[in-house]
Design a protein around this ligand. Structure first.
Ligand code: ZN
Length: 198
């Protein structure tokens, strides 16, 4: 179990972009026995023997709390405390798999990356770091519109009520959940950007 000072060295240097980021792999934490409520310690990264960063963590019942300092381009250090929910899904062969819920898109992911101020999944950082991409909220709303169209809802703000003929109930439920989630996240982020509270 991780106590203060229990250094945990993640592989930190590699050629690919995601690999060169500070990352936390929940499978690794589980293997080390750190995913126990009340457990706490330090996670650190190194590159060629040099420490490149560290964070403190604290395990709660249903989430991990990451405590660290962040600064942009040599600016002022800022204290950050980030809470990341933990989810579990059962495996076909018994047991269960543990996931982080990315704080931004709520996707289940095994690895989160500290590529900016917060630890997020790679999908979120791919979007953030590419100026070629449309805004995050636009992408979410567009995704919602595409799924809705597949479910026969032409109006982008229309509700999904009827299951299309021939579609499995499970598929319908999954797509409806995805569309509603994307729409919700899209509007919330849009609102945040514009300073509106929904
Ligand atoms: Zn994400």
């Amino acid at each position: 179990m991780g106590g203060i000072g229990s250094g945990s060295w993640f592989r930190g240097c590699s050629k690919t972009t995601t690999e060169s980021q500070h990352r936390v792999d929940i499978r690794w934490l589980k293997k080390q026995g750190y995913l126990v409520p009340g457990s706490f310690g330090v996670l650190s990264w190194a590159c060629r023997g040099e420490q490149t960063g560290f964070i403190n963590y604290r395990m709660k019942e249903d989430r991990i709390v990451l405590i660290y300092r962040h600064r942009i381009n040599g600016g002022e250090w800022e204290d950050v405390e980030q809470h990341i929910s933990i989810d579990q899904t059962s495996c076909n062969y018994g047991g269960y798999r543990t996931w982080f819920l990315c704080p931004r898109c709520l996707k289940r992911v095994a690895i989160i990356y500290g590529a900016g101020k917060y630890f997020l999944c790679h999908h979120c950082y791919d979007l953030t770091y590419s100026s070629q991409q449309e805004a995050w909220e636009d992408r979410m709303l567009r995704k919602s519109r595409i799924i809705k169209a597949r479910l026969g809802v032409k109006n982008p703000i229309g509700r999904i009520i009827f299951k299309p003929k021939g579609m499995h109930q499970k598929t319908f439920d999954r797509l409806r959940f995805q569309a509603e989630r994307c729409e919700y996240i899209g509007w919330i982020n849009m609102g945040r950007k514009l300073g509106i509270k929904f």
